[in-house]
Design a protein around this ligand. Structure first.
Ligand SMILES: [Zn+2]
Length: 234
């Protein structure tokens, strides 16, 4: 698996009543950490890491509306595409999305609601990601003779990709936001897991035959989580 989780922003509150660290998530406060008095704040990140999966899931369901903004433009690094977003309010239930000439993306309907806009944009990202990533993985697989059984594309907050013992590969739709060499690295990394599921020395030397400097690239891929816009993480 290829890690993508960047620690979300959080606030810290001291409580005289707290006997231990309590992690709270709400749409008004976002991620909040309640700590006993004089608790060392440097210990908080490590605690949050152990709860990464739960935090991811709960934040996704909570929709922290206040930080969300409608994008003016959308850049897919992988495709070298830049879209200009235009908004046209209308009395409809759903936000509509239209691809227009000159890479203009027209959004219509209740477009004042950034959550509704984000949801529509994410459906579009999902569709585009599937169109691009599925055939690309197939091509890489036959080029490098690294077979897989199935591929799925979905939103994943903590991972860029994963591979099961059955060689079923799952790819993060937000790979579209990465530069091509980094996205390619993720696909090759997961294909190599088809031969070796672990991250042993043997795994890295296999990966190295297809992706020289793979450890440096892996570090860049982790940092690249920042290139995913906020609305694409909803
Ligand atoms: Zn891996």
């Amino acid at each position: 698996m290829t890690q993508a989780w960047t620690m979300p922003e959080y606030s810290v509150r001291e409580s005289k009543r707290a006997r231990q660290v309590i992690i709270k998530i709400s749409s008004s406060m976002g991620l909040e950490v309640v700590v006993p008095v004089r608790f060392s704040r440097s210990e908080i990140p490590a605690i949050l890491w152990t709860k990464a999966r739960w935090i991811e899931k709960t934040l996704a369901q909570t929709r922290p509306v206040k930080e969300l903004k409608r994008p003016k433009s959308i850049t897919f690094g992988l495709l070298d595409e830049n879209w200009k977003a235009e908004y046209s309010p209308a009395q409809t239930q759903q936000v509509g999305l239209f691809e227009k000439a000159g890479n203009v993306l027209l959004l219509t309907g209740p477009v004042e609601d950034p959550v509704a806009v984000a949801e529509t944009l994410n459906r579009w990202v999902q569709k585009r990601a599937k169109e691009v990533l599925v055939p690309w993985l197939g091509r890489l697989s036959s080029e490098l003779s690294l077979p897989f059984s199935r591929v799925s594309v979905r939103r994943q907050r903590t991972k860029w990709g994963s591979c099961s013992a059955e060689k079923s590969i799952s790819l993060n739709r937000n790979l579209l936001f990465l530069p091509l060499p980094l996205a390619r690295y993720v696909l090759v990394h997961e294909l190599c897991h088809g031969r070796r599921l672990d991250h042993s020395k043997k795994f890295w030397s296999l990966l190295e035959t297809f992706e020289p400097n793979s450890r440096q690239t892996a570090a860049k891929v982790r940092e690249a989580a920042d290139s995913v816009p906020r609305w694409a993480q909803v």
